[in-house]
Design a binder for this molecule. Structure first.
Ligand code: ATP
Ligand code: MG
Length: 596
């Protein structure tokens, strides 16, 4: 158990480290506030004893005035402590949030495929919020109340060892009740948070796919899932609450007994003249005050359980190493167009048993433009993913510009390889930020406008009210416009290898023709893989690669293949006029007996 706590403790310490000085200040103020609160019952006792002894009014007035001053000061200091601890915990929490978000971005596609966006949000936001509360609560309430408790017991012992003993026993009994029952609640809390993460993860996914769900009549299924998930969350929450709050009631009864016994003991001690009436009053106040810090600690334990569960998950996530290891080397790719080489590459997606690519060899000279064709599921997109190192080949080598991609820093690799896919991801931000990725790729406004005009978004830009500053709302662009924007974005980076994966599939034929003209110009001096289902898109490429069932079935110059009637590509061309490429390939495969 204590070994499992290790990484969590380290996580909390690293998050709080930079707040050390502020934290020390807060603790000092807290100590003064506690001392004042401790003095108050004693002052009450002096006042009562002075009154019983018939002391002069001026002394009584002085004690009363001092009491009021102490009470006010204690309140003000408590405010200062609250302000300080909230600010410390927010800053520590935000630091942790940042660290988790950074780490999540480093993790590989496999990890992200296993975790829904909702789970990620719950981890980075929900869990950290619990942790920030924990910093705040532990620092102020738990430590503060523990000190107050110890202080009260010490004072009680100095008044009367018997009364001190009674309070210690009360405390011990109350605390045992609280701790025993609450320990059982940790796993219940954890289960509750996990159920919550699943609920929100699912909800997010369903909302994201709302259009498809509606169109396909899957609404009832989605609602049923929501119902099951909500029911599970409710059951988990109820169990956690019952276990957590039950202990609270038990402890309250224990402390009530303690107070009654203190009064009884006080009565006996006064009769034997071992203590004064004022001291009994002070002891009674302490016995009542005893209850509050322990209850506060108990209350905080609920939050602490949440926070510990959160810390556990956060440290698990931080311990997760990306499978795509970044060597962080300073090896650089040659300038200009990059050679591409696949050497016996086999790749199987985790959780599948059929390789998406098997023992694939491919060599592309720098500056060559290659059209990649093949049936749906043949492995074209996978090829691009391996080049960008979104996944690592299970076997064999992928080389760019003669360098194994595993030997390149991910930053270098991704700065030199640009990909435009069918699924364009745009951000709710200005056109400029969408193009420069929030300034990650610095470019002047002139360059941005020029590239937009070049890909055919000139008149679109002219109609934007604020030009490059116009915000792009989610879904505010047509699918084709979004694709053009992605093409513009890819070329801003000045890549040495460009992969266009169905990048023009959502464009009308005229726009596509215009774009392919612009792209041809932009591709000058770069290596390109143009993955396309429509052969017309490939009119300008130098070479053709036909992918079949996860391997390269044909690779040659486009002109030569087109003229060789025995080639797969020629067969495709012959049928392409009338058939989409898949059917053409099918026809070809049937004719030649080379089918899947
Ligand atoms: P398309 O023309 O439809 O885009 P493709 O040639 O690009 O097809 P890939 O996306 O490379 O095909 O997929 C190759 C194989 O790998 C397919 O069998 C597919 O089901 C599988 N596959 C693709 N992505 C994943 C993934 N993330 N996890 C598991 N299997 C995958
Ligand atoms: Mg694909």
């Amino acid at each position: 158990m204590s070994r499992a706590r290790g990484p969590e403790a380290r996580l909390l310490l690293t998050a709080l480290g930079p707040e050390r000085r502020k934290l020390t200040g807060v603790m000092l103020v807290l100590l003064v506030a506690l001392a004042l609160r401790l003095a108050m019952p004693a002052m009450l006792g002096w006042f009562v004893d002075a009154a019983i002894d018939g002391r002069e009014l001026s002394l009584l007035t002085a004690i009363a005035a001092a009491y009021v001053a102490v009470a006010l000061t204690a309140e003000v200091l408590s405010l200062v402590v609250t302000w300080g601890s909230v600010s410390v915990s927010w800053r520590a929490g935000n630091r942790l949030r940042e660290r988790l978000a950074r780490h999540a971005l480093r993790l590989d596609m496999g990890w992200h495929a296993r975790h829904s966006p909702g789970q990620l949000i719950e981890r980075i936001d929900g869990d950290v919020e619990a942790l920030a509360l924990f910093f705040n609560n532990v620092l102020v309430h738990v430590v503060g109340n523990l000190l107050l408790l110890v202080g009260m017991l010490v004072v009680a012992f100095t008044i009367s060892p018997w009364a001190g003993l009674l309070l210690v026993v009360t405390c011990a009994l109350g605390a045992t009740v609280l701790v025993k029952v609450r320990a059982a609640a940790v796993p219940a809390r954890e289960a509750e948070r996990e159920a919550n993460a699943i609920l929100y993860g699912d909800l997010e996914e369903r909302l994201g796919g709302l259009e498809d769900l509606k169109a396909n009549g899957a609404g009832a299924y989605a609602v049923h899932r929501l119902h099951t998930n909500s029911a599970r969350t409710w059951r988990a929450a109820r169990r956690a609450s019952l276990l957590g709050d039950g202990s609270y009631a038990f402890a309250a009864i224990t402390f009530a007994f303690g107070s009654v016994l203190t009064l009884g003991l006080g009565f006996v001690l006064v009769q034997r003249e071992m203590v004064t009436v004022g001291q009994v009053l002070a002891l009674f106040r302490y016995s009542e005050m005893l209850r509050q810090p322990l209850e506060r600690i108990a209350e905080q334990m609920k939050e602490m359980q949440k926070a510990l569960a959160g810390a556990r998950r956060a440290s698990t996530m931080l311990a997760e190493e990306p499978r795509i290891a970044d060597p962080g080397s300073d090896r650089h790719l040659p300038a200009g167009a990059l050679a591409v080489e696949l050497d016996g590459v086999t790749f199987t997606y985790p959780g599948t048993d059929r390789p998406a690519l098997s023992r694939t060899d491919l060599a592309i000279a720098p500056g060559t433009h290659v059209g990649v064709v093949g049936r749906t599921g043949s492995g074209k997109t996978t090829l691009g993913r391996l080049l960008l190192r979104l996944w690592d080949a299970t076997d064999g080598h992928v080389r760019l510009g003669g360098v194994d991609v595993r030997d390149l820093s991910l930053a270098e690799l991704r700065a030199r390889v640009a990909v435009v896919t069918q699924d364009v991801e745009l951000f709710r931000a200005s056109t400029r930020d969408n193009l420069t990725l929030f300034g990650a790729r610095p470019a002047t406004d002139e360059e941005l406008v020029a590239i937009l005009r070049r890909v055919g978004l000139g008149s679109w830009l002219d109609h934007q009210s604020d030009g490059l500053d116009t915000p792009i709302e989610g879904g505010g662009l047509s699918a084709g416009e979004a694709q053009l924007l992605a093409v513009a974005r890819a070329f801003l980076a000045d890549p040495g290898l460009v992969i266009l994966d169905e990048a023009s599939s959502r464009l009308d034929p005229i726009t596509e023709a215009a774009l392919s003209h612009a792209v041809a110009e932009l591709l000058e001096g770069r290596t390109a893989l143009v993955i396309a289902h429509r052969l017309a898109t490939l009119d300008r490429v130098d070479e053709i690669v036909v992918v079949e069932n996860g391997h390269v079935a044909e690779h040659g110059s486009r002109a030569a293949l087109a003229q060789d009637p025995a080639s797969r590509y020629a067969a495709l061309l012959a049928t392409a006029g009338s058939l989409p490429i898949e059917e053409a390939l099918e026809t070809f495969a049937d004719d030649e007996g080379l089918g899947a």
